[in-house]
Design a protein around this ligand. Structure first.
Ligand code: 26A
Length: 342
């Protein structure tokens, strides 16, 4: 086993409560397809309501945790990836820890004695989904965990840091701490834009804006990229947005920013070293698709695995497309028994 993980991922460990529902439930709770939100008061009965249908499945989730698991699955040496975030002292926290450790990830959760482990309602209608998250203990993560001896040694040993925008709702100071460490040590800080609300709500966008100058690689899907483009006044042409974002303010000038926009089954757009390239995902018959929920997280995890091995950007995209192709054929973020990618 690798004793010092090369890659540290940080995020909100969530248990996904996944079920197929009719559109009426979206209307009842004001939820939109292809969106992810934080639950507020009016969403609280939703969890009970879907659990009572008896049709739900419990699957380990949390965007960065999904990517961490996929990244580790793509690599051969266990404990190359470490994941941290905060869970409750409860059965769901144990389910998450066991599932993540079973993939070979080194799990270093903070534990909150009071709040329950976070949950995400994954409501699926004809392969499209809406996510509604009750953060619970995940919201209790704080920077003191990063200051423990165990985490300090992992931070010092890691060369790659991965975070998704969602974590900025929880502990922006932890995010900035890792980002600054990466810049000071010329390590890679890799970031996923995540949901539109982080860009649309000024309170959160302030945090995103503070972090972006530290990001060496930015992942996003097409709709988040468009929301960012509109917000920044860059328009809605994805290639233009990718270029503008790559050239946006940057703290560590030793690394030029790479921007990667996925577009579902359409080609992935990459801006790197002054030019745009596009890479086509692997074609999959639609009847083979089981669940698109963690598609983007899987792409990021696969890309990250190849990037940590020093592969070309083309190869990193190939790895991302391969991982996404495998994982959308499974329920939630779970893995086929065999991996056929080197
Ligand atoms: C703070 N929020 C809203 C969230 C999330 C989240 N992960 C972290 N923070 N809302 C949904 N997810 C996760 O996204 C994955 C799909 O990309 C879900 O748990 C799901 O596994």
């Amino acid at each position: 086993m690798s004793t010092t993980p090369k890659i540290l991922c940080i995020g909100n460990p969530l248990l996904d409560i996944s079920t197929h529902v009719e559109m009426t439930i979206f209307e009842k709770y004001g939820l939109q397809l292809n969106n992810a939100i934080l639950a507020d008061e009016k969403h609280l009965p939703l969890y009970k309501e879907i659990i009572e249908t008896g049709t739900v499945e419990y699957i380990p989730g949390g965007a960065a945790q999904n990517s961490a698991r996929v990244c580790q699955w793509m690599l051969n040496t266990p404990h190359t990836v470490c994941y941290t975030g905060c869970v409750g002292k409860d059965a769901n926290g144990k389910i998450l820890a066991d599932a993540t450790a079973a993939n070979g990830v080194l799990v270093r959760y903070q534990e909150d004695p009071v709040e329950p482990t976070g949950a995400c309602a994954v409501l699926i209608n004809k392969k499209e989904r809406s996510l509604c998250t009750s953060l619970g203990a995940a919201n209790k993560f704080n920077i003191s965990h990063l200051q423990t001896d165990v985490m300090q040694s992992i931070i010092k040993g890691a060369d790659f840091f991965y975070m998704v925008g969602y974590f900025l709702t929880v502990s922006p100071d932890s995010a900035m701490y890792l980002a600054k460490h990466a810049a000071e040590q010329n390590k890679a800080f890799i970031y996923g834009l995540a949901a539109p609300f982080l860009i649309q709500v000024p309170f959160f966008f302030e945090r995103v804006s503070a972090l972006l100058p530290y990001c060496d690689i930015v992942f996003s899907n097409e709709s988040e990229a468009e929301v960012l483009g509109t917000k920044m006044g860059w328009g809605t042409d994805l290639k233009v947005i990718a270029e503008k974002l790559a050239q946006w303010e940057k703290v560590n000038s030793k690394r030029s920013r790479i921007v990667v926009f996925t577009q579902g089954a359409d080609s992935t757009i990459v801006y790197d070293q002054g030019k745009i390239s596009t890479y086509q995902p692997i074609k999959l018959d639609s009847d083979k698709i089981v669940d698109l929920n963690a598609a983007g997280d899987s792409f990021s995890g696969g890309f990250l695995a190849a990037y940590s091995l020093g592969k070309s950007i083309e190869k990193c995209c190939e790895a991302g497309h391969y991982a996404a192709m495998e994982i959308i054929q499974q329920n939630g973020c779970s893995f086929p028994s065999k991996r056929s990618f080197d």
